[in-house]
Design a protein around this ligand. Structure first.
Ligand SMILES: [Zn+2]
Length: 492
């Protein structure tokens, strides 16, 4: 009975998240300018309702009343995941959570101004306060869970990871990339290309690909926003994007990335909708699905051939100008740079390792965040070999830390490694893999992902899931092979 009550309460909590997701989407797309203040009130009100649900659970001691031996395998996992969520809310007082939420909103607002003016000092004091509250939170969690402070923060985004594993993984990847980079850069083909797709063409091309990939427009939609994201609610995935005419494909590729996230959400097990076990299996897995679509499929040579065909057949573009070779090469060039979101996939893990090292220093070694730009710049030259000249292209480029997210960055790269491993398995299991890609027949691949990943929600930890779907735990050799195949043994 108590477990049944818990399921009802967790469903209520999930529905509140859905409402919040739609309100947030509306705020980023169509909400009138002067309605912001009212909207923030509405969204924070929902936060109170969520807290009330956890208070009901606490008051009735539902967790203590459940007899775990009576639960089947899946309910047991669901129960464990419920406990994780509850433990977090139970460990941190309401006042502390509210305080952190307030500090995050304030800090994020100042960050926008600081970034625009490229001046960390504007956000400094607010950031110091926010970091202090995050460190307090990690300290409390660390004592309760008897884990490292930083590991408690990672756990919020991915229950499969900890810093010990990450140091080992990132060490190997950093060495590999630094060793291969000179050859990759030398191999670069210089492409002189000065044609552009206008916004309408980019939008049409993207929609054709979204349909082809199996995005269900009857349970989701695409709109324009200043900052692209994938949000919404259960059975209602909202993707937003932004098109710039100076770059024909960066928005298209970004949209394909978001489509990967969306396909995962649309493919989660319906039977477990609104239960923790039916949600996504952590941020690394989520990112693996977006990067699978973006990097493993859409940026491949066979799909570049399909893009050429669609541009010719549906948008009337000259295939001599818009050739698959150009389409492939301009989207796979490797150049060092300061900005993570503009980075190619070879440099990308270095940007993540750089942030991971800093986060670890801040949380575990009490690095002074008043001097964040110095710390950032020093570490940047160590990991990426470039001297940072301003805060905008340095420590102010990403929103994460200023919104209170520490421990999130590593999931981006773990996602890339998982995606490469999955792609290798799919390639061996499906016949005519490349031919299907060339013809835009993504269905068999997406079906494989549905069956092996999407349908399994949050049933398993990463290594368990990979063992079941690829017969081995996370193995970095697949990512390394992918980099070698695409950038060293270049096909064209
Ligand atoms: Zn993503």
């Amino acid at each position: 009975m108590s477990y049944k009550n818990l399921k009802i309460l967790f469903e209520e909590q999930s529905l509140i998240n859905d409402i919040s997701g739609i309100l947030n989407w509306d705020m980023a797309t169509y909400m009138p300018e002067n309605s912001r203040r009212q909207r923030i009130k509405q969204i924070t009100k929902l936060y109170d309702y969520k807290k009330n649900i956890f208070n009901v659970i606490k008051k009735n001691e539902f967790f203590n009343k459940v007899n775990e031996f009576e639960l089947d395998k899946f309910d047991k996992i669901n129960f464990e995941l419920m406990k994780n969520k509850f433990d977090y809310f139970n460990s941190i007082s309401v006042d502390k959570l509210k305080k952190k939420a307030e500090l995050s909103i304030e800090c994020e607002g100042l960050w926008r101004e600081a970034k625009e003016k490229s001046n960390f000092n504007i956000v400094k004091n607010s950031f110091v306060k926010l970091v202090k509250s995050i460190k307090e939170e990690s300290e409390i969690l660390s004592q309760i869970k008897e884990k490292k402070k930083y590991d408690c923060l990672i756990f919020k985004y991915d229950r499969s990871l900890d810093s010990k594993q990450l140091f080992k993984i990132f060490n190997r990847v950093e060495k590999f990339i630094k060793k291969k980079l000179p050859l990759i850069i030398k191999n670069q083909k210089k492409i002189d290309f000065h044609y552009f797709l206008n916004e309408e063409d980019q939008f049409n091309l993207s929609k054709i690909f979204m349909k082809q990939l199996g995005f269900d427009f009857s349970r989701g939609r695409i709109d324009k926003s200043l900052h692209p994201f994938c949000g919404g609610g259960t059975q209602d995935v909202r993707i937003t994007t932004r098109f710039t005419e100076e770059d024909s494909f960066s928005c298209f590729d970004a949209l394909m990335h978001e489509t990967g996230h969306a396909l995962y959400e649309q493919g989660l097990p319906q039977k477990w909708a609104h239960q923790p076990i039916g949600s996504a299996g952590g941020m690394s897995l989520h990112e693996s699905q977006s990067l699978f679509v973006e990097m493993q499929i859409i940026k491949s040579l066979p799909v570049s051939q399909f893009i050429q065909q669609i541009l010719k057949d549906k948008l009337g573009k000259d295939p001599n100008v818009w050739s698959s070779e150009v389409i492939y090469n301009i989207r796979n060039s490797v150049t060092p740079g300061y900005i993570r979101v503009d980075s190619d996939e070879v440099h990308y893990p270095l940007h993540i390792i750089h942030r991971f090292n800093i986060e670890y220093k801040i949380i575990e070694e009490d690095a002074n965040v008043e001097h964040l730009p110095d710390l950032w710049n020093e570490e940047f030259s160590k990991t990426l070999g470039l001297d940072v000249h301003d805060d905008k292209s340095g420590c102010l480029q990403d929103i994460h830390w200023y919104g209170g997210d520490f421990g999130y960055f590593p999931t981006y790269s773990i996602g890339a490694f998982i995606a490469a491993q999955l792609a290798c398995k799919v390639r061996t299991e499906l016949i005519n893999y490349d031919l299907n890609l060339k013809e835009g027949n993504f269905k068999p691949i997406i079906m494989w992902l549905r069956e092996n990943i999407h349908n399994r929600g949050n049933f398993l930890k990463i290594d368990e899931l990979l063992e079941e779907s690829t017969d081995e735990k996370l193995n970095l050799k697949y990512f390394e092979n992918h980099i070698i195949d695409r950038y060293i043994k270049k096909e064209i």
